[in-house]
Design a binder for this molecule. Structure first.
Ligand SMILES: [Zn+2]
Ligand SMILES: [Zn+2]
Length: 360
């Protein structure tokens, strides 16, 4: 595999990690010319996702250095290819995790390309031309238009960026489990971080009773007063967990640290569903009794298709849902990554790539 191919003629300024120390430094590299199916995007903002930490440090053993992270990208279209009709120069757009898929398998044909087994990601992936993909910690991106979405005019470009990963990750399980158009359900959200806080906002927007389940009692006030959660359970408090037994229809588990699913399954009603979207790198305990005695379901979900991503962004436009963010400049990326590793952020860092207004 090559880092570039001969059509990589455009010089781009970005920021990359070069080894498992994970330290980010300025990095100049090449992107491909704008092809007939491509759009070129001037990047305004890029969110910092937990996945970025794993990649820069090669935690999963799959990193191809140098790695330019970033898959929560917002920006403005500066060029469109001759086959592109959906976008024009000046459009406000977003790019998430997906850069390419086979376009031919059952999942690609059924608009579920996020489950294509040849899926390639926005960074640390291999594009169709054989080049390694570089992400949004950079000034400019060339993307195939099929993996780009429109951003509604009322949404700010900075606080919208993390929706392209965190937002779609929690939106899809809600959609899949009929939580969009059936208000009044009892919904639980485990973990109140980048994913969890958006899940609470969606849950409230869709008319559900939302319970946040967290190890940190200190988050109760914030969950209820700022995010609008109805209830709060401290997961280490046995009494509270007992009192919550068989109370929830649906739980979204956003925790990426290893934990046992048993106590959380007990919170579900009979036939309730728990969806895992956090990604602990060690197997989680899944005891059989809470499954069997409550006919409960445990399943996973990974990001969303492009069609679902556009739907999610449009829903966010309708309900004015964005992420709560802390904006950093590119020379503060290393500090931000260190703080994110300690969960010291409410709730997502977003890099101000272009140094321009968020209302563009
Ligand atoms: Zn992500
Ligand atoms: Zn496919």
């Amino acid at each position: 595999m090559a880092q570039t191919t001969p059509n990589h003629t455009q010089t781009v300024s970005g920021w990359a990690a070069h080894d498992p120390s994970g330290k980010i430094t300025p990095y100049t590299f090449k992107r491909r010319e704008n092809g007939i199916n491509d759009v070129t995007i001037e990047i305004l903002y890029c969110g910092i996702c937990h996945t970025d930490i794993h990649h820069v440090k090669n935690d999963w053993g799959i990193t191809m250095y140098p790695v330019v992270p970033g898959h929560e990208i917002t920006g403005l279209i500066t060029k469109v290819g001759s086959n592109v009709t959906k976008f024009k120069v000046g459009d406000r757009v977003g790019v998430g995790c997906l850069a390419a898929s086979c376009l031919d398998c059952e999942f690609c044909k059924d608009e579920q390309e996020n489950y294509c087994d040849q899926i390639q990601f926005t960074y640390n992936g291999i594009f169709w031309d054989g080049s390694i993909t570089y992400g949004g910690y950079s000034k400019m991106l060339v993307a195939d238009h099929r993996y780009v979405v429109h951003i509604p005019e009322n949404l700010p470009m900075d606080a919208t960026a993390p929706l392209l990963c965190a937002g779609i990750t929690v939106f899809c399980p809600l959609k899949d489990n009929n939580m969009l158009e059936s208000p009044g359900k009892k919904m639980g959200v485990i973990g109140l971080g980048g994913l969890g806080h958006v899940a609470v906002k969606f849950g409230k927007a869709f008319g559900h009773h939302v319970t946040v389940i967290s190890t940190s009692p200190s988050k109760e006030k914030e969950a209820k007063e700022r995010l609008g959660a109805d209830d709060f359970i401290v997961s280490t408090n046995v009494k509270q967990m007992q009192a919550g037994k068989r109370s929830l229809d649906f739980i979204l588990d956003t925790v990426s640290a290893k934990h046992s699913l048993g106590p959380y399954l007990e919170l579900l009603k009979v036939k309730g569903t728990l969806v895992i979207v956090g990604a602990p790198d060690k197997p989680m305990d899944l005891p059989s009794f809470p499954l069997i005695f409550g006919k409960r379901v445990v399943k996973g979900s990974m990001t969303g298709s492009m069609k679902e991503t556009q739907e999610m962004i449009d829903v966010c436009g309708k309900y004015n849902i964005t992420c709560d963010i802390e904006t950093v400049m590119p020379d503060e990326i290393n500090d931000a990554l260190d703080r994110l590793a300690k969960n010291d952020v409410k709730y997502r860092f977003v890099i101000n790539i272009a140094g321009k207004s968020s209302s563009l």
